[in-house]
Design a protein. Structure first.
Length: 129
């Protein structure tokens, strides 16, 4: 079984990813944190990919004196949409190279559209998520 995970940040997903890696089931984990933060989770770099381009500026914006809730919310929405598209492209590329994906695990809205492009993740006969 080959599993892909998507997550904003780290959360418990990296604990699960570590266990999947030990059992030989982890294909990739995609996160919005930079590798500099993710490497301490102990997974091999070839199993982790990062899309920090919106999350990190939004994170620092949230900690600044300039912070305004409506702007922060828009940054979160932008992060979710762009991360999901980026993840879809990564998944298509994996499948295009013949990598079989059996399961996609997404947390907190990090995969709102990706499952519809994960053809091999779907139960037989299912046309959409």
């Amino acid at each position: 079984m080959r599993v892909i995970q998507t997550v904003f940040g780290v959360f418990h997903h990296f604990d699960l990813a570590t266990e999947l890696q030990k059992r030989g089931h982890l294909e990739k984990v995609y996160s919005t944190w930079p590798w500099a933060r993710l490497k301490r989770e102990g997974l091999p770099k070839e199993r982790v990919e990062s899309f920090p381009w919106i999350h990190m500026p939004a994170y620092f914006y949230g900690r600044s004196k300039l912070h305004r809730a409506p702007v922060a919310q828009q940054l979160q929405l932008l992060n979710a949409a762009l991360f999901d598209r980026w993840t879809m492209r990564r998944l298509r590329a994996l499948q295009g190279h013949g990598t079989k994906v059996d399961a996609l695990i997404s947390i907190s809205g990090s995969g709102t559209r990706t499952p519809s492009h994960c053809w091999s993740c779907r139960p037989r006969g299912q046309t959409g998520f």
